[in-house]
Design a protein around this ligand. Sequence first.
Ligand code: SF4
Ligand code: SF4
Length: 87
Amino acid sequence: MSETNKKTKVFFPVIAKEECKGCERCVTACPKSVLRMESGLNAMGHPHAVYIGEACTGCGACFYSCPEPGAITIIEESDDDEKKERK
Ligand code: SF4
Ligand code: SF4
């Protein structure tokens, strides 16, 4: 297979701001240090996590550390514009 036929995959977390309770577990769990707490509060009065940078590997550590169902979704995107929910 030639290099041009290889799909480039990009992973990134989507954090549902209003589901986040601000526990910071995902920030601590991320091995790439690409999550941090936003200074503003969500509608429930909690600080919330945000994704910074472009170095997410899709490892899922944030997803598995989060106690709030639906707060974190990991998206896998390939260079043919196909997007799928990974976790
Ligand atoms: S999937 Fe892994 S690398 Fe990506 S933000 Fe979550 S913990 Fe960090
Ligand atoms: S682990 Fe979940 S609830 Fe805790 S800060 Fe991260 S996204 Fe919010």
